[in-house]
Design a protein around this ligand. Structure first.
Ligand code: ADP
Ligand code: GLC
Length: 487
């Protein structure tokens, strides 16, 4: 059945991206439209977004927190998905990262910025700002849009709500005073509402009030119901487990396709896998590493934060630098990780190359050039890079957590025999466990026939959004049903 869906996110590729949420918000709406759904995307009009869209077309106006707000209309580049931008000069028209100032700290007015975003979303969801469009379902993502389900439930009627958790580690927690400063309805305060140990928690707006909650892999949906990864929200999540599910992310198979990727030295596919090596030689040259196909090359493209397993990589460095391998890391994040990696690279320029920064072209080139993709995350709600790697015949070496556990299948005698093996699993977040898995991978690399089979296993499955889009449509139907029962 056809539904009208308002898809709300704080980032969407290619308009604005800091991480995987942008990839999802830029491709799931398209997949939903390909399956007969009518989707409108809503994101903030950050300065860099305004620069990308050119002419400003104002389709509606509203007013919150003393600020005039314009709703601009455009389409998501390269698609026909209607995209509305919440244009508030004070909240969003500033340079830099959507969430952080130039010192790497949160913008001090983040609560106000994303409350204003949510209030505007509510105007659209209730069709009260003149857009003449009434969604059946409002789909919110992460804490930045999590107040929307809470606010909507303060009205006697309204659309159904779905809340997706992309990363429970980021919750939007502010002082209790902020709740009152934002003028949020008093009925939303309390431990069964937005309060979290006397603080205001934006993410609870989604977790408590949405008709349906989901996260981006089945394993992470289980993990967040346990104390280790529940961050104190595990009891709430397990209380709502009948409404909580896991749907694996897909990939944009046009953007991430080794056969057509415009950034590669040589395109390749399963039939022409031998061409992949040209990408490796080029990248080795670009990073001043010895150009040698016999040395296994590990790639990593990542936010440099604790989540991504940086500590075990650094702890393993003394041993890794003695092994026959090369590593290229592209990323930015916490300064101490950046500095420690640069330090190791200056000591071992023949083995380790670090590029600090954000670079989309290079991200594609690393995916294509590497033999292995390093992803020893401590936790990983889904992870997209291991999915890109699989498509590019680059075998992930990953922890058995979250979406990594659901997509990377360790190489063993059994999995080689049944042709499911597609990577290497690290069983603990220690340097010892990482090194032992790397040794297994290096040993396997010596057997080129086996390696090729692993690459083909990795590349074969369809990792597009199609299957997951159908699961989202089912979820929307359940949310509509739940919302109907409430009314
Ligand atoms: P997360 O969202 O936790 O950062 P994901 O694996 O879901 O992790 O998605 C990360 C996305 O961001 C991928 O598309 C990845 O290629 C991209 N990315 C991360 N860091 C960089 C970087 N330094 N340069 C280019 N792309 C990056
Ligand atoms: C988050 C998670 C990542 C996931 C992405 C998109 O940033 O850290 O695992 O792939 O969201 O859902």
């Amino acid at each position: 059945m056809k539904h009208k869906i308002l898809y709300i996110s704080s980032e969407a590729y290619p308009l604005i991206k800091t991480g995987g949420l942008a990839d999802v918000s830029g491709s799931l709406p398209v997949a939903l439209q390909n399956n007969e759904q009518e989707v409108c995307l809503l994101i903030p009009a950050y300065q860099s977004v305004l620069e990308k869209i050119g002419e400003k077309i104002i389709v509606a106006e509203t007013f919150h927190y003393g600020q005039p707000i314009r709703i601009l209309q455009t389409t998501l580049p390269g698609t026909d998905v209607t995209t509305w931008l919440v244009d508030s000069t004070q909240a969003f028209d500033r340079p830099g990262n959507p969430y952080l100032n130039s010192d790497g700290n949160d913008w001090p007015d983040n609560a106000l910025r994303f409350a204003l975003f949510a209030q505007t979303a509510v105007d659209i969801a209730l069709n009260r700002c003149g857009l003449s469009w009434q969604p059946d379902v409002v789909h919110c993502n992460d804490w930045q849009s999590a107040l929307v389900p809470a606010l909507l439930k303060t009205f006697p009627t309204g659309p159904a709500t779905v809340f997706s958790i992309h990363n429970l580690a980021y919750q939007g927690v502010f002082s209790s005073q902020t709740f009152f400063d934002l003028g949020l309805p008093a009925g939303l305060w309390g431990m069964y509402g937005l309060e979290f140990h006397n603080f205001l928690s934006f993410i609870k707006g989604g977790l408590v009030y949405a008709d349906r909650i989901n996260t981006v892999s089945p394993t992470y949906a289980e993990e967040i119901q346990q104390p280790a990864l529940g961050y104190g929200l595990e009891k709430l999540l397990s209380h709502r487990k009948q409404r909580l599910s896991g749907i694996l992310n897909g990939i944009d198979s046009d953007v991430w396709n080794p056969a057509t990727d415009q950034y590669l030295t040589k395109n390749y596919d399963q039939q022409n896998l031998a061409l992949k090596v040209d990408n490796k030689s080029d990248l080795q040259q670009q990073f001043n590493l010895p150009v040698d196909n016999n040395i296994p090359l590990f790639g990593m493209i990542s936010r440099l934060v604790e989540q991504k397993g940086l500590q075990s990589i650094l702890d393993a460095m003394p041993e890794l630098m003695q092994k026959p391998l090369q590593i290229i890391i592209l990323g930015s994040g916490e300064k101490h990780y950046e500095e420690a990696l640069l330090q190791w690279a200056s000591q071992y320029p023949d083995k380790l190359a670090i590029n600090i920064g954000y670079n989309e072209v290079l991200a594609h080139q690393i995916e294509a050039a590497s033999d292995l993709y390093l992803m020893p995350s401590n936790f990983e709600p889904c992870g997209l890079n291991q999915l890109y790697s699989l498509r590019y015949g680059t075998l992930p070496l990953a922890r058995n957590v979250g979406g990594l556990a659901d997509t990377v299948i360790d190489t063993s005698e059994n999995t080689l025999n049944d042709h499911t093996a597609n990577g290497f699993i690290v069983k603990q977040d220690t340097a010892t466990a990482l090194i032992s898995t790397i040794d297994h991978a290096l040993e396997t690399y010596r057997h080129q026939e086996i390696w090729k089979q692993l690459q083909l296993n990795a590349m074969s499955p369809d990792r597009s959004w199609q299957a997951s889009a159908l699961q989202y449509i089912e979820l929307y139907e359940k949310a509509i049903e739940d919302n109907r029962e409430r009314l």
